[in-house]
Design a protein around this ligand. Structure first.
Ligand code: DAH
Length: 368
């Protein structure tokens, strides 16, 4: 072994201390259980302040004859320590990676919590289809609020102050009494709103929810949906109305579209009519020279299905909405969306539409 005892008056290194430091480093390396523990071991045993590094720096100041032996001792020791560190680092890192992979493993073969997919409500699907038709013929879609003023729901639409539809039996009013507000009973007030907001000429379809003081049963509901059509322009006649309804019937029901008008009365149209479409389901759909199937469930053997009201917009309504009846004429119609769905998709009971059973939506709401 080299001479490492202090030379008188000169620097020296302590061989025992170096050997002990090497042993301590090797023991600490073997004892490190994680890469972060090992990191600390590296700092403590081969870092700048460690015994080995300090000794290494001291070598250059040793007397010449001691340098080689001290260099060998420290260099070899440090080399061994570094080698062990690297080997341990590799082993620990591999073990840690393996543990992490095991912990993060996703077993793709495990059964999942299958959430059944919902479906658009059939009324929504139908309403979209109706909107698409109107947009397709160049009309705009207009909407209005469901809580409406009684002026727009009745007065502006030329309803007599004594009109029975205003009664509490038919209409749901909004508290407090005398607020002048109600849940709209029809989409017709959107006609007035559209004329006031957009002016003439005007082609709008107004879909929306309406409310009436009805009990729910197979054919009635206190809440249902309508789509209102309104065209205001110069020189419009009932022929334009029938043409529009024919195109609508062809789009929604198919078959040979034939619209029939029967006289009726609505306060907001003059003349007013009830509109029927030729049955799209039985023989009657082939035209007027074909008889209806007497047992047809859609038309009841009459060959006709009742679709709603229509007419030429009353001059008083045009005036209430700021449109000059001398210059512009218009036609309007109102269709019940639930009724269309019932006829078109053979839905027998209106209650199915509000119960919220997803199977109903899945069955009727999927358009092919
Ligand atoms: N608003 C009417 C109702 O709810 C339906 C209706 C009839 C609308 C004739 C119209 C129309 O636009 O011209 O019963």
């Amino acid at each position: 072994m080299s001479e490492t005892s202090p030379a008188p008056g000169g620097p020296s290194i302590d061989e025992q201390a170096i050997t002990a430091a090497i042993d301590a480093a090797l023991a600490a390396i073997a004892a490190a259980a994680t890469t972060s523990e090992l990191k600390q071991v590296r700092i403590d045993h081969v870092g700048d302040a460690s015994v080995l590094s300090t000794a290494n720096r001291a070598i250059k100041d040793l007397p010449k004859d001691q340098k080689a032996a001290a260099g060998k001792l420290v260099g070899q020791g440090k080399g061994r320590v570094q080698k062990e560190l690297a080997a341990r680092q590799q082993k620990l890192a591999a073990a840690e990676e393996e543990a992490a992979l095991a912990a993060e493993t996703v077993d793709v073969t495990l059964p999942t919590d299958l959430r059944p997919r919902g479906a658009a409500h059939p009324l929504t699907v139908l309403q979209d289809r109706i909107n698409d038709f109107f947009v397709g013929i160049g009309w705009e879609i207009a909407e209005g609020p469901e809580v409406e003023s009684s002026w727009l729901n009745f007065d502006a639409l030329n309803a007599d102050p004594e009109h029975p539809s205003r009664s509490l039996q038919d209409t749901l009013y909004v508290a407090p009494e005398g607020s002048g507000m109600l849940l709209r009973t029809q989409t017709s007030p959107v006609q007035i709103r559209a004329m006031l907001e957009r002016g003439a000429p005007l082609y709008v379809a107004c879909p929306g929810t309406v409310y009436r003081a009805d009990e729910i049963d197979a054919t009635h509901s206190p809440m249902f949906h309508q789509v209102e059509g309104l065209a205001i322009d110069k020189g419009l006649t009932m022929a334009n109305l029938v043409g529009t309804l024919d195109a609508f019937a062809a789009e929604i029901f198919g078959g040979k579209p034939i619209t029939r008008l029967r006289p009726n009365h609505f306060p907001f149209t003059e003349p007013s009519a009830e509109m029927d479409f030729r049955c799209f389901s039985c023989e009657a759909r082939e035209g007027l020279d074909h008889d209806a199937d007497p047992s047809c469930r859609v038309c009841g053997g009459t060959g006709w299905i009742e679709m709603g009201g229509c007419g030429m917009v009353h001059p008083n309504v045009l005036r209430a909405a700021g449109v000059d009846p001398e210059e512009y004429q218009g036609f309007a119609f109102g269709l019940g969306i639930e009724r269309i769905l019932m006829l078109r998709n053979s839905v027998a009971d209106m209650r199915d539409m509000v119960e919220g059973d997803v199977r109903f939506s899945q069955h009727y709401g999927t358009e092919i």
